[in-house]
Ligand binder design. Structure first.
Ligand code: HEM
Length: 488
């Protein structure tokens, strides 16, 4: 009977804990212990979260394991939450990361250090945005290698996954390391494999359970424990590059992010800058490099794959893009960012690929840094907040045909490109993706280069599958395409 009493006591305590705090946003009934964790379809979490807003309103709450989470839906709730004030600038702790990685870098850091590291990364990205060693140059150069690989397939079906990964990872390599790798390079292949493995584990239920029940999961065997080794190996690879840079570093001619960062460390040391909290040291350099790869490669590569897939699905749209490029750029030169304004249809297609591809459907989680008022509710300090980007990018009140691929969403009556406030693939506010400009540049240049040189189609008799796979990002299921020279 003592056991029974203990069980009843435990269940009562858990029942009380599972009750929503007063004046907290409403939401579905939460089960004891697991809350709503298993009520969402693991293959369609963003879709389920968007649907729940119809029932509970634009700001509602869920219990994920033992912790309360608030989900923001629709443009005005996201703007109210993310762009007014600094109460949602922080990231919550993710035990699966914080147990393994140092509390440094940009993505998962907070406060003064986050602000300084983020500002520095933005500044450096801008620095390499123009000029002789510019990222535009690196992208066009990289396309030549991609083009060669595609041509080698001689119109036969191939899976573009690895090639897109290689191409965009090489752009981050150019930015961070100052050079690209041959696709067969051993070190490059190793790094790509490690990032792939890492993101597979991060997308698994093991990682979710770890974040919800860290004390328990630290003791439970499973693939989540492999993450430590994977991340350590990636950090070591980046550290090797840093060591090589130190050997032939010329502060007056910064070649890349590592050189700029080394200068910043020295500048602060020479000025006896005692702002140690800003965190400019070698460990942070490695971690920032890790973050730029982690956030910048997979997202862009997946978007490019979506672009190719949509072009095979809508050959008439592909032809229209090609006709526009033929008319404005022709064949005798490569595209440049300056062409963007003269290619409104192409630009609209890229934007529509990003909207429909919805690659980061729930952005990254934020956390309240004090008690806040949002959507008429009080949300206490320390509550995780999810900006549901899907709810904005597929909102039937914002888009004419939200569920259909329609470049017209970004064109006016005269066929000119128009910006849309509800286009939020990079999120909004102070945590807005700092790689937005680079990503836009990569998407525009790679895509126009593809369309200028090739026509893409599915292998005979194969229908493109547009249903997404939910993981670290929303990505297409593996697919094959055929590429033939664009005749024009
Ligand atoms: C954060 C989207 C490419 C670096 C983010 C966030 C989103 C996003 C939604 C979370 C914002 C938030 O917390 O609310 C994308 C998409 C991309 C892309 C859709 C490509 C199509 C890139 C690239 C880089 C990059 C190319 C770097 C070179 C980062 C970093 C963060 C971030 C460092 C963390 C920012 C912070 O916590 O302050 N990105 N991103 N991203 N992204 Fe991107």
């Amino acid at each position: 009977s003592l056991l029974l009493f203990a069980v009843v006591l435990l269940l009562t305590a858990e029942y009380l804990r599972a009750r929503r705090p007063r004046s907290f946003p409403p939401g579905p009934w939460a089960f004891p212990l697991v809350g709503n964790m298993f009520s969402l379809d693991p293959g369609n979490v963003h879709g389920d979260m968007t649907e729940l807003a119809e029932k509970y309103g634009k700001v509602y709450s869920l219990k994920m394991g033992p912790s309360w989470t608030v989900v923001l839906n629709g443009l005005s709730a996201l703007q109210e939450g993310l762009t007014k004030g600094d109460h949602l600038n922080d990231r919550p702790e993710f035990p699966i990361h914080s147990d393994v990685l140092p509390d440094l870098g940009i993505i998962f850091s907070n406060g003064h250090m986050w602000k300084q590291q983020r500002r520095f990364a933005l500044f450096t990205l801008k620095h390499f945005g123009v000029g002789k060693k510019s990222l535009e140059f690196s992208i066009l150069d990289e396309f030549m290698y991609v083009s060669k690989e595609i041509t080698n397939h001689k119109g036969k079906p191939f899976n573009p996954h690895l090639l897109m990964n290689n191409a965009v990872s090489n752009i981050i390599c150019s930015l961070v390391f100052g050079h690209r790798f041959e696709y067969g390079n051993e070190k490059f292949l190793k790094m790509m494999k490690l990032f792939d493995k890492g993101s597979q584990i991060e997308a698994s239920i093991w990682a979710q359970l770890y974040n919800a029940f860290p004390v328990l999961m630290r003791r439970v065997p499973g693939p989540h424990h492999a993450l430590q080794k994977i991340y350590r190996e990636i950090m070591d690879l980046i550290q090797t590059e840093v060591n090589q840079h130190k050997e032939d570093w010329n502060p007056s001619e910064p070649r890349d992010f590592i050189d700029c960062y080394l200068s910043e460390i020295q500048k602060r040391r020479d000025k006896s800058d005692d702002d140690a909290d800003a965190g400019f040291n070698e460990d942070n350099l490695v971690m920032c490099g890790f973050d730029l790869f982690g956030a910048g490669s997979h997202t862009t590569s997946v978007t490019l794959r979506w672009a190719l897939l949509y072009m095979t699905k809508y050959p008439e749209i592909q032809e229209k893009v090609q006709a526009e490029i033929d008319g404005v750029i022709g064949r005798s030169r490569q595209p440049s960012m300056r062409d963007c304004a003269d290619l409104p249809y192409t630009d609209a297609v890229i934007h529509e690929v990003q909207r429909m591809g919805n690659v980061v459907p729930l952005s990254l989680p934020h956390v309240t840094n004090r008690d806040i008022q949002l959507g008429g509710y009080t949300i206490p300090k320390g509550v995780t907040v999810i900006p549901n980007l899907t709810s904005v990018m597929f909102d039937k009140n914002e888009w004419e045909t939200p569920g259909t691929f329609n470049p017209g969403h970004f064109l006016n009556q005269e066929g000119k490109f128009v910006k849309r406030a509800a286009f939020l693939p990079f999120s909004a506010g102070k945590r807005l993706c700092p790689g937005e400009n680079l990503a836009r540049m990569e998407l525009f240049l790679f895509f126009t280069c593809f369309m200028q040189r090739f026509s893409f189609s599915t292998p005979p008799g194969v229908e493109p599958v547009l249903k997404a796979r939910f993981g670290v990002t929303l990505s297409p299921h593996p697919f094959e395409i055929c590429a033939t020279p664009h005749k024009g």
